[in-house]
Design a protein. Structure first.
Length: 462
């Protein structure tokens, strides 16, 4: 008990200084409770790392699945992204006999997530062509993999949207942007930890080892999500009766009111352009490292840790800057601006004979840093623009636009890469040319996002 008291005392003393957004904790909602709730973001980070950081490289390089098909599979979870706004609205207005609003949705998302992971190992076995699957039609493996990716993506979107809304329910209105920021910091921690873990486990890659990693991720997702939900929402018959008697506007009416807010449409456009520009790299960075720079599976998986670390630095920096009263849109423009030389460094890494790997790592870190600044700034701007009683809907709209733009970017990146494979000489010869063309396109999109953000940056609170 003495060690526990000592640890909690030092956590309360030093966490606000070193952990971004930790000052949101209070006596009613201690930091330990918020960190336990943030476990759902750990599972989301694990899933994102596994899908976009490991499986895409394995399927493209080791399983010889066309990059366009892999990018479409990775984009399939984003088909559910537009429904994040509806999920946020439904969790705002959910009616339960026990008085619960967010927890039922988190549980539903967990079930979808686990179901997708349950199908995924068998789909990859068929795609690998080993053992008894050597005679199985390849379309079976591809179809099953697509279904698995779709279920996992749907589960992640439901869990994250309802979980973030639950986090905002626990704190005062003025602290809601901080608690959402804390949740996203924990998402990045989850990505870093899982990337290092997956990289170590897959250092000696075999199809069987990959299946074990997927099964372990499925189990951890259920355990951590259940721990995150435990006693976060109190059961109340009185609140249940109030929920049953309450009248809410329709989803269409609520969305109309949200979009009528000054600058909201322009802000969502900037979010879409910036996320689209950053998001196209998700499916290509690790295959690029494997094919153009000859990195191993374990080494390219660890790139996700470097990428997430850069994003974490960006979130922490944005937290302190915005906490001192800075406006979010100029900071979002800075994040997009940092991404441009980041992509330039990645392109140059395949064009020089010495030091290319280090330049690639610097570019990856810069992109992560830019995403952290851009993501936090646009999130804060969205919450400042939204009505006070529709934070869940606003979070859903921000997440829907961001995830949809990222999904379209991921799908388009693979299609463009495959379409340029036969065209030599684009930004370098050989296998790097098609990749570099996509990276150059991303830099252009970020410049366009900056241009659209200029009018918003000139306005009051944004």
């Amino acid at each position: 008990m003495g060690y526990r008291a000592f640890a909690l005392k030092n956590l309360a003393r030093h966490a606000p200084k070193y952990l971004p957004f930790a000052d949101v904790a209070s006596e009613e909602v201690p930091l330990s409770r918020l960190l336990r709730l943030s476990l759902f973001q750990i599972t989301v980070g694990m899933t994102m790392t596994l899908l976009a950081g490991t499986l895409n490289r394995v399927m493209i390089v080791e399983l010889a699945v066309p990059a366009s098909l892999v990018s479409v599979m990775l984009a399939m979870p984003m088909l559910f992204a537009p429904f994040r706004t509806l999920i946020g609205f439904k969790s705002d207005t959910h009616k339960s006999a026990l008085g619960l609003r967010r927890a039922p949705w988190i549980w539903k998302g967990t079930i979808y997530q686990f179901g997708g992971f349950a199908i995924m190992p068998f789909a990859l076995l068929v795609l690998s062509g080993f053992g008894e699957s050597v005679h199985a039609p390849r379309w079976i493996g591809m179809s099953a993999a697509a279904l698995a990716f779709l279920l996992v993506g749907a589960g992640v979107h439901i869990v994250q949207t309802a979980g973030l809304a639950l986090a905002t329910d626990l704190v005062e209105e003025e602290d809601q942007p901080k608690v959402v920021g804390l949740m996203y910091v924990m998402l990045l921690f989850g990505m870093v930890i899982s990337a290092l873990t997956y990289g170590a486990l897959l250092a000696n890659y075999t199809p069987g080892r990959l299946i074990q990693v997927i099964q372990g991720t499925a189990l951890m997702s259920v355990v951590l999500n259940m721990a995150a939900m435990w006693k976060q929402e109190a059961i109340s018959r009185d609140r249940a009766r109030q929920m049953a008697e309450a009248e809410h506007p329709s989803f269409k009416e609520a969305m109309s009111l949200l979009m009528a807010r000054p600058g909201m449409l322009s802000l969502l456009t900037v979010i879409a352009l910036g996320t689209f520009g950053f998001g196209m790299a998700d499916v290509l960075l690790e295959p690029y490292g494997g094919q153009a720079l000859h990195l191993t599976v374990g080494e390219t998986t660890k790139l996700t840790a470097l990428f997430a670390f850069g994003t974490l630095i960006g979130f922490g920096t944005a937290s302190r800057v915005l906490g001192n009263g800075a406006r979010p849109m100029p900071l979002a423009m800075l994040g997009a601006l940092i991404g441009v030389p980041g992509f330039a460094a990645i392109i140059l890494s395949s064009l020089i004979s010495q030091g290319g790997i280090w330049l690639f790592l610097v570019g990856t870190f810069a992109i992560g840093l830019g995403i952290g600044l851009f993501g936090h700034a646009t999130l804060t701007a969205t919450m400042r623009t939204a009505p006070a009683d529709r934070i869940g809907l606003a979070l859903g709209a921000w997440g829907a636009v961001q995830a949809t733009a990222a999904g379209v970017g991921v799908a388009l990146a693979g299609v463009v890469r495959d379409g340029l494979v036969a065209l030599p000489g684009a930004f370098g010869a050989g296998v790097a040319g098609p990749y570099n063309t996509v990276f150059a396109l991303e830099a252009v999109l970020l410049i366009v996002a900056i241009a659209f953000a200029v009018p918003l940056a000139r306005r009051g609170r944004r």
